[in-house]
Structure formats: C-alpha cells, structure tokens
Design a protein around this ligand. Structure first.
Ligand code: FES
Length: 107
C-alpha cells in the first residue's frame, strides 16, 4: 500500500479541486465539509482537467469541457455526454495531513 501525504487539512479550501501528480497518476482531491474525495483528474469524456474547478452547490462537479456532472464521492457520471465513471481513490486524514492511497483505486 502506497500512502502519500498531499498537504495539510487547512490548506484545502472548501469545494476547490486541487490536482496532484502522484506516482505518475493525475489525481484530483476536493474537500467537502469534513470529508475529502479523490478521483482521476481527467474527465472520462474528453480528458479535460478538473484542477481549480469548484464544486456545484449540491456538492457534485461539473466538467468545463462539455458539462458532464460527476458525483465526486462515487465517481458516477450523473448527466452529460459520458456515462463512464471517474476512477476514485482512497483519501483520508491522518493527524493534520491529507493522505492519498493509490491502491484504493476503483478503476
Ligand atoms: S471533457 Fe468533460 S464533458 Fe467533455
């Protein structure tokens, strides 16, 4: 199992997507309340990046490419031009660090 600390909890602005390259994987992490979610930082429609996007008021994420909407918790494509889900990764908090586990990938 490979764990990588990607930053302090307080460094993550609520609802803002941050992109990281970890072990060659392009990963997006977002904070929603006290929870963190990690998913592939490339849209499954046409590979637009989610880096620096903000979550919608309902907590989902809209791609700026062609407006696919994803559930960041499950990766499910909710609406838009793709039905392919985003691969998700395990992410959590240890102490005051946000820690990513790439082996937790769902796809
Ligand atoms: S690239 Fe995301 S919807 Fe087209």
């Amino acid at each position: 199992m490979s764990k990588t600390a990607v930053g302090k909890v307080g460094e993550f602005e609520e609802g803002l997507v941050y992109g990281f390259m970890v072990d060659g994987a392009d990963v997006a992490i977002v904070r929603r309340g006290e929870d963190f979610f990690a998913f592939r930082n490339l849209c499954t429609h046409s590979a637009y990046s989610f880096d620096r996007l903000c979550l919608n008021p309902d907590g989902n994420l809209t791609c700026v490419g062609h407006f696919a909407v994803f559930d960041v918790a499950t990766g499910e494509a909710l609406t838009g031009p793709t039905s392919a889900p985003l691969p998700t990764y395990k992410v959590g908090v240890e102490g005051d660090e946000v820690v990513l586990e790439l082996e937790g990938a769902s796809a």
